[in-house]
Design a protein around this ligand. Structure first.
Ligand SMILES: *Cc1c(COP(=O)(O)O)cnc(C)c1O
Length: 836
């Protein structure tokens, strides 16, 4: 019989008592016990019998069973966090791209084998239930996935942390293709509910918007206050974030918008039913849908509402609920650091100031000194258009008091700048938090930089460019404020779960400690020299390819050909990432065969696999998706290639698909224009799963190459200084087009309508963009890319040498564990003490 974790009873005093007795270590668990709990959940929580239960019922019952096992630890962690009152981290992120939860929570609780056996004894296949889960896609791409990796690592390191964000009712859209073109479908991940969430409507916070500000006399002191125009309720939904087999569970708290009752009732009582419903819809729209933009801000009022909504609720939650009643707010920096994941949560800065000055009646200078210690800011971009700004009109209309506070912060800041740099008006204008062109607006990155105790970039190169190119005046003004923390990915999800066969091989060689100590992968270096180990590694890769093949057959009806190199480019579709370059390589190979210059039999068999969503309003990105699909249908059908070149583009790239594709990849495409990709994390996932990278010297590729060695990395293209120099000289794409016969033939083939049933207009915008207007200089790097791909083919021909390189990639990239990223944040930014 398994011992159930001791749970808090309903009476408050007894709850404390029961919690104090809650076991810290995992309760004993057996297959029989698991069966009993699973059946109980099926009967009592789903209200069905095993014989009549649906797969959904069974998935929910399984999820509840896993949840129950984690519960005592969660409650115990919360209790200890309250007791110890140590400094903690509040991670503020508008996105969490979590991926499926079931498998991760099974792994974290160490229950996978027991669950599998228990279900089998009921005639149920665990794998079938895994497939029932709709992944919560509450993020766009790298930024949201990073937040998910970070909270996993914090729990695994045992660092108390709350992740704060938004419970979008609809996450990132589900992508389908019609005639090769992207069509967006709503992502109704909550259609059947989620077994992983705990709603607390009774703990809702009231969040205000609009209205006006006024000054008043407060016993001789002139004070300002905000008289808001309307409110919504922010309802917290809690999710468990379990550490890896360490008995620790942190919390992810996502806010959902609900209309306030008073607002509702007032209108409703006036007899205007339609108006009441409209008001409710209006309020609840705030958490309705994730903005599907990636890397470009969308100046939408609703988006600013979302941002303020979640950070205001989170700050209130921390100050009013987490802190003890009598807490001395001058000590706030000893208790919390709010990490701003990009500019999306930066409105938290004036919000904390408003609370401290207007509500807690603190002096401005004291409040500002506190605020500057409570925030740190992570910048995720180098693209100027991705630096978020809000027009003063919009911000003042929605958050009038916050705008006043931002002005005051800016005035004080610019006074200090004048004092340091003199009346250099040019510099003052450049550094002002308020920009004047094209419209008066608030530069959120500047606000974050002025307010943050630290500002970090996300890879060495990115942090350097941030200091030298994007914010040089700020770096000079705030010496020591800028730092780097290179991104990482969680080895639990992206190696241990995604690649069980490789994990078994590694554990066989090194023991199981590597899962939480990824630098230990270094010990594989000696195994790379062992032919038998290389053969086993090759068998793992082959097995992963078979598994991917089965997934794509079932999911999309695709066939993955045996013996092909899998050449994979999966990431958001953006011109700077240059999916265009990859498809030009495919077109080049295709053209060389149909024109008879190359015999098909001489091609190294390859399948190019793409996965990418385009923002719905990003026309060029959607054109490129169309082109990739169009090239794919022509190439895949052309028998002259003798099946040696294939293009597969499974729709709806998400975390679940990433977990299948990446372990099967031979070649990882990381081909952004140098200086444009801040870090990338996909690049890390591939290297850790034994794919070789073809990449530019950009983002974290630089660090990957340094670690794995030049001989195990395919470098091509301009360096960042070369890009700058060419741009300064004047980039003339036509010169590259004229100078390279292969390039000319490839572009001409696309322009001829060969991939659009003879219609020359379909892809004309792409071709003319590349020839006349391309900020991302695809043609400038084409020759070097093609030449490097020739080397890739040659290297792949020697399978044994390739496998050795692949093993060395695994062995040397342990640095990219998000556990290491978290330690760096703790050392360089948070200074949080070791936890209890
Ligand atoms: C890791 C990941 C990303 C980020 O990929 P990059 O290549 O770094 O842009 C995007 N989407 C998903 C689903 C991921 O897992």
């Amino acid at each position: 019989m398994p011992e159930k974790p001791t749970l808090a009873s309903e009476s408050a005093t007894r709850a404390t008592h029961a919690l104090a007795l809650a076991p810290v270590t995992a309760p004993a668990s057996t297959v029989d016990g698991f069966v009993r709990e699973f059946l109980q959940n099926l009967n009592f929580n789903r209200g069905v019998a095993l014989s009549t239960s649906s797969a959904t019922d069974r998935y929910f019952a399984l999820a509840y069973t896993v949840r129950d096992y984690l519960m005592a630890r969660w409650l115990e962690d919360l209790r200890r966090q309250r007791e110890v009152q140590a400094k903690g981290v509040a991670y503020l992120s508008a996105e969490y791209l979590l991926g499926r939860q079931l498998d991760n929570n099974l792994l974290a609780s160490g229950l996978t084998d027991i669950a599998s056996e228990a279900l089998a004894s009921c005639g149920i296949d665990l794998d079938d239930l895994r497939q029932q889960e709709v992944e919560p896609g509450l993020g766009n791409g790298g930024l949201g996935r990073l937040a998910a990796c970070f909270i996993d690592s914090l729990a695994t390191l045992g660092v108390p942390n709350t992740g704060y964000g938004i419970r979008y009712e609809y996450g990132i859209f589900r992508q389908t293709f019609e005639d090769g073109q992207q069509v967006e479908q709503p992502d109704s991940w909550l259609a059947y509910g989620s077994p992983w969430e705990f709603p607390h409507p009774e703990a809702a916070q009231t969040i205000s918007f609009g209205g006006h500000t006024e000054t008043y006399d407060d016993g001789g002191v002139q004070r300002s206050r905000w008289v808001p125009g309307w409110n919504v309720q922010a309802v917290p939904y809690n999710y468990m974030v379990p550490g890896y087999q360490n008995g620790r569970v942190n919390t992810l708290r996502l806010w959902s918008a609900k209309a306030t009752n008073s607002f509702d009732l007032r209108v409703f009582n006036s007899g205007d039913y339609e108006e009441a419903v409209r008001a409710q819809t209006f309020a609840e729209n705030i958490s309705k849908v994730l903005y599907p933009e990636d890397s470009t801000p969308q100046g939408k009022e609703l988006r600013l509402q979302q941002q303020y909504f979640f950070v205001a609720a989170s700050i209130k939650d921390f100050l009013d609920v987490t802190l003890p009643k009598d807490f001395d707010l001058t000590k706030l920096p000893d208790r919390i650091i709010f990490q701003l994941n990009d500019t999306h949560p930066v409105i938290a800065v004036p919000e904390l100031m408003r609370v401290l000055v207007d509500e807690k009646k603190m002096e401005w200078e004291d409040a500002w000194a506190i605020t500057q210690k409570c925030f740190a800011y992570t910048c995720h971009t180098l693209l100027p258009e991705a630096l978020e700004v809000w027009s003063v009109d919009l911000l003042g209309h929605l958050l009038p008091r916050h705008l006043e506070i931002i002005y005051r912060i800016n005035d004080d800041f610019l006074d200090a700048v004048r004092e340091r740099f003199g009346d250099d008006e040019m510099r003052i204008r450049d550094m002002s938090i308020i920009g004047e062109h094209p419209v008066r607006s608030v530069r959120m990155a500047y606000l974050a930089t002025v307010a943050g105790a630290k500002v970090n970039g996300v890879a060495e190169l990115h942090s350097q460019l941030l200091r030298e190119k994007v914010l040089p005046d700020f770096d000079e003004f705030f010496p020591g404020k800028f730092t780097n923390v290179t991104n990482g990915v969680t080895p639990r999800r992206f190696v241990r779960l995604a690649n069980p066969e490789l994990s078994a091989l590694i554990t066989d060689a090194l023991g199981s400690g590597w899962v939480t100590d990824l630098e230990r992968l270094r010990e594989l270096e000696t195994h790379a020299e062992d032919p038998e180990f290389r053969a086993r590694f090759a068998e793992v890769k082959a097995a992963n390819k078979r598994r991917l093949s089965a997934v794509l057959r079932e999911r999309d009806g695709f066939e993955v050909s045996d013996g092909h190199m899998l050449d994979v480019m999966v990431k958001r579709l953006h011109e700077y990432k240059r999916q265009m370059l990859k498809i030009l390589h495919v077109v080049t190979q295709y053209e060389s065969v149909i024109s008879g210059r190359v015999v098909a039999a001489d091609l190294q068999p390859r399948t190019a696999i793409f996965g990418a969503k385009a923002a719905p309003g990003y026309a060029m990105a959607k054109n490129i998706i169309h082109l990739i699909n169009a090239v794919g249908s022509v190439v895949n059908a052309d028998t002259r290639l003798e099946g040696r070149l294939k293009v597969l583009f499974p729709p709806n790239y998400n975390v679940t698909l990433a977990e299948r594709v990446i372990p099967a990849a031979d070649l990882s495409e990381q081909i952004s224009l140098a200086g444009k990709e801040a870090s990338g994390t996909g690049n890390m996932k591939f290297a850790l799963n034994g794919a070789l990278t073809i990449g530019t010297d950009d983002g974290a590729n630089v660090e990957i190459r340094e670690l794995v060695g030049d001989e195990n990395f395919f470098l091509f293209g301009m360096s960042e200084p070369e890009v700058e120099a060419l741009w300064a000289r004047g980039y003339k794409p036509a010169e590259f087009y004229q100078a390279d016969d292969n390039l000319r033939r490839a572009l001409d083939l696309i322009a001829s309508g060969a991939f659009s049933r003879g219609d020359r207009s379909t892809f004309e915008p792409i071709v003319s963009n590349l020839l006349y207007d391309d900020r991302f200089m695809v043609l400038a790097d084409y020759s070097s890319y093609i030449a490097e791909q020739v080397k890739v083919d040659a290297a792949y021909a020697d399978q044994d040498a390739w496998n050795r390189s692949a093993i060395l990639n695994v062995a040397r990239t342990g640095f990219f564990s998000s556990d290491r990223s978290m330690r760096d944040y703790i050392d360089r930014i948070w200074h949080t003490p070791p936890s209890f």
